[in-house]
Design a protein around this ligand. Structure first.
Ligand code: GN1
Ligand code: MG
Length: 364
């Protein structure tokens, strides 16, 4: 085994239904939440790879509910393989006892089949790649549009609720456990001036105007795998936040991440903004992928969702910075504050581009 992993990792691996001999296990540094490893096995027919994740139980307190959701989603997608789209679905590897995860001294673990000959990227190479990713997420949502949202648990209550996120921020600011509120005064003011934004979607939901739908919930560009040769999107990954929510959320998060003019944690705020050519490609790809299932109101809310989701995730980063980085992993001090600042600067830029973002949205 190469790299650092928990002492019981090989014992954990032996408790999944994997054939062959394990040749190598290496850390796979991805995402802000779980710890991920990739293993390579020699079998009679050649080689097989698997992806193992130690589930972050501070974030997902109810692992059985999380894994029930993942099983429901993977089962639904598997029953709906869409050959014409070339999209594949994630597949879980069951534990020896048939369960979807194992509990070990180091924590709760699950295993997926690794999807070979694919690449993932943090920034789009060009508009065509952004279109391709957005269409894949749109199709993913469409394929789940006939899965009853009530079949899935809300594993993180009110995860998508911006008003709730604002209250969490205010609670973190009032507690100020890390003594950081003083340095975040400008960001807090910026957020408070825009508190109304948080209610736009919640008001529609309360009034019953927006349908509850299964969403992906984390449509970052690096959650799409591209075929290493053709560059086509082949698989949407990271099913942890597949929950009942409102459809335009996924579009908003796509724009937040993939149309950004800089990295999520950029320190030079002058670089933060939204690239309108990428935005347009994302809008075209997403609308093409979702097909006809969006209602007129869902369609109309897409540009607002971009601003709202960027705002909400900025609020979450800021709250976590004030709470002493208890939720999102950080590699350096102040990284969550930098992440928050980038999101909030993007909100400002999107406010300036409101008309263009409306105009560039394809007609339903
Ligand atoms: C987290 O772990 P990762 O990077 O896939 C977070 C998302 C945020 C995202 C921001 C369960 O996702 O909600 O949008 O960071 N996931 C959870 O980069 O909170
Ligand atoms: Mg995620």
């Amino acid at each position: 085994m190469s790299g650092d992993g928990p002492a019981d990792l090989s014992d954990v691996l032996s408790r999944f239904r994997i054939a062959g001999t394990c040749r190598d296990v290496a850390p796979h540094r991805r995402g802000h939440i779980h710890d991920t490893f990739v293993s390579t096995w020699t079998t009679g027919d050649g080689e097989a790879r698997y992806l193992h994740q130690r589930i972050n139980e501070r974030v997902f307190a109810d692992v059985p509910a999380l894994m029930r959701n993942v099983e429901r989603v993977t089962r639904h997608l598997a029953g709906d393989e869409a050959p014409e789209t070339g999209l594949r679905s994630l597949r879980l590897v069951p534990a020896s006892d048939g369960g979807a995860f194992v509990r070990a001294p180091s924590g709760a673990w699950r295993t997926y089949h690794f999807i070979d000959r694919t690449t993932s990227v943090d920034r789009p190479r060009d508009e065509a790649q952004a279109y391709e990713a957005a269409r894949a997420f749109g199709r993913f949502q469409r394929r789940l549009s006939d899965l009853d949202p009530d079949a899935l648990d809300e594993t993180i209550p009110r995860f998508f609720d911006a008003e709730h996120r604002l209250r969490q921020l205010e609670a973190a600011a009032a507690a100020d456990v890390a003594g950081r509120v003083g340095d975040a005064a400008r960001e807090l003011r910026f957020v408070r001036e825009r508190a109304d934004l948080a209610s736009i979607v919640e008001d529609h939901l309360r009034a019953g105007r927006l349908p509850r739908r299964v969403v992906h919930g984390d449509t970052k560009l690096n959650n799409v795998l591209f075929d290493a040769d053709s560059g086509r999107a082949v698989c949407v990954v990271d099913l942890d936040t597949c929950m009942p929510a409102w459809a335009p959320y996924d579009f908003g998060d796509l724009v937040r991440f993939t149309a950004a003019t800089c990295a999520e944690d950029e320190t030079d705020l002058d670089r933060a903004g939204v690239d309108l050519a990428l935005y347009r490609a994302i809008a075209e790809g997403y609308v093409e992928g979702t097909g006809a299932f969006l209602t007129p109101l869902e369609h109309e809310l897409l540009p607002v969702a971009a601003r709202l989701v960027t705002f909400t995730i900025g609020v979450r980063f800021l709250a976590d910075h004030l709470a002493g980085d208890a939720y999102f992993k950080v590699e350096r001090p102040g990284q969550n504050l930098d992440r928050a600042r980038v999101q909030l600067r993007m909100v400002l830029r999107m406010e300036e581009e409101t008309d263009a973002m409306e105009r560039l949205l394809p007609r339903a």
